[in-house]
Design a protein around this ligand. Structure first.
Ligand code: AVJ
Ligand code: FE
Length: 446
């Protein structure tokens, strides 16, 4: 028995599992019934898949693979096993015949019963076991479901408003003055990128092992790039000028006839924002949500660039004297005052409206209100090993075609707010809740 072996807190795991399931149900309840077989994002599966995928993944991972338990329904377990990233089989257009919703729900209920039973009574923490050491499989299923809740929401975002039920108490937060432009200097220092598996309760394989990087002095914007700032780029003809775009990005702009961010809409000569539940005049103080391609182009136009992953880490978690913090604001657990995350809003809020969440250097909204694009290609840290409970989780995406995003969005669960958590997407995938800010190397020439 290693010292790291804890007394397993089954009650806490069970509470998290049930809370996750409840929240997923609430997200599906936002939809009108006739949306169930629709495919709001062509590159991803239809909605029905996700209602099956969440319990199937939990069941397949914890019950079947880790504990060696028997199947419920092998066909459904296979059908709902996987389907994550645009560009692979989900995109091929080959669609299986999807089951009736009642069958999906019956399967889900049985999977839930078995998972709950295991969390309550089974031997789910076994030191040295490839999938159960430190209860890895149990934590993996909890974080997997929490992550998918964000996937669901950005898919729901693309549905017509008529197919969604707006919660009666909800109104987007439109107030807020435009934040001033400000560049902050981040002094040179060392940033932590990765962590040893034994040092944290749970981390995905791509967060391990421990890794650091030395970061040179740079300047970074205090605030996310707002819709107001991005509008200057649009008005300056940014989408018509190949100078600002990387080669494949420019091909995409032309072939998709992109002229503005996906979240914007032009009507009667005015700009609007397509929110979760309504169209509204473009909220100028909100962070702009764009693809990596658009963020990169904007930075070039501005004579700046995106931060690297290491620079983000330094700006967000660094502090004077090379101390590092667990969150930008310090070591207090995440709370509503620190930023827009954990489903506190269905849309972003004005940039700079959570100064209590500023980092040691005064940079705001680094965690929350939209993921931050980096210029870093998603790749393993030296010494990477695929995790036994989900070996394809990261390894399938170390292909040079994905970029790292850090931080969090309004739809990111608080459990995922840790310095080493990494998210990644293709550069021309415009659906995610991702924003950015510019950096420059030399403040004197900025
Ligand atoms: C880490 C968000 C890129 O949604 O594609 C879910 C997470 N992996 N199921 C994705 C994931 C498997 C993944 N991202
Ligand atoms: Fe998944």
């Amino acid at each position: 028995m290693s010292i790291a072996t804890s007394v397993l807190n089954r009650h806490a795991l069970l509470t998290r599992y049930l809370r996750n399931r409840e929240r997923s149900r609430a997200l599906f309840d936002l939809l009108a019934d006739d949306a169930y077989y629709s495919r709001p994002i062509a590159l991803r599966h239809p909605i029905v898949f996700y209602e099956g995928h969440l319990p199937a993944f939990s069941f397949n991972t914890l019950i079947k693979r880790a504990l060696g338990g028997p199947s419920i329904d092998p066909a459904l377990e296979a059908l709902f096993a996987r389907g994550i990233d645009p560009g692979d089989h989900a995109a091929s257009g080959v669609s299986p015949g999807w089951p009736a919703r009642s069958a999906v729900r019956e399967f889900a209920a049985e999977a839930d019963r078995r998972v709950v039973e295991a969390i309550e009574h089974a031997d789910i923490e076994r030191p040295g076991h490839p999938l159960l050491d430190r209860a890895e499989a149990a934590f993996a299923i909890l974080e997997h479901e929490a992550m998918h809740q964000e996937t669901l929401l950005y898919m729901w975002h693309q549905l017509p408003f008529a197919e969604k039920r707006r919660p009666s108490s909800y109104a987007p937060r439109l107030d807020g003055a435009l934040p001033p432009h400000q560049w902050l200097e981040i002094p040179a220092g060392r940033a932590t990128l990765g962590v040893d598996r034994a040092a944290i309760q749970f981390g995905w394989d791509n967060e391990c092992p421990a890794a650091t990087a030395d970061v040179a002095t740079f300047t970074i914007e205090r605030h996310d790039v707002t819709n107001a700032s991005f509008l200057e780029f649009v008005d300056a003809g940014g989408y018509q000028d190949p100078r600002w775009w990387r080669g494949e990005d420019w091909t995409w702009v032309q072939s998709e006839r992109m002229t503005h961010p996906l979240f914007w809409e032009r009507r009667d000569n005015r700009w609007y924002w397509r929110g979760m539940f309504e169209l509204m005049p473009l909220p100028l103080a909100w962070p702009v949500y764009v693809s990596h391609a658009e963020a990169t182009a904007f930075c070039r136009w501005r004579g700046a660039r995106l931060p690297t992953e290491a620079e983000f880490q330094r700006a967000a978690y660094g502090a004077p004297h090379d101390r590092e913090r667990s969150h930008p604001w310090g070591d207090d657990p995440p709370a509503a005052a620190h930023g827009v995350f954990d489903f506190s809003s269905w849309d972003p809020e004005p940039a700079g409206s959570h100064p209590a969440g500023a980092s040691a250097w005064g940079v705001e909204d680094l965690v929350g209100n939209g993921w931050t694009w980096t210029s870093t290609t998603f790749a393993p840290f030296p010494g990477f090993r695929p995790m036994a409970s989900y070996p394809e989780y990261s390894a399938d995406f170390f292909d040079g075609e994905h970029f790292v995003m850090k931080g969090a969005s309004p739809a990111t669960a608080r459990e995922l707010l840790r310095p080493t958590f990494r998210n990644w997407f293709r550069p021309r995938y415009p659906y995610v809740y991702a924003t950015f800010r510019c950096v420059r190397q030399d403040p004197a020439r900025g």
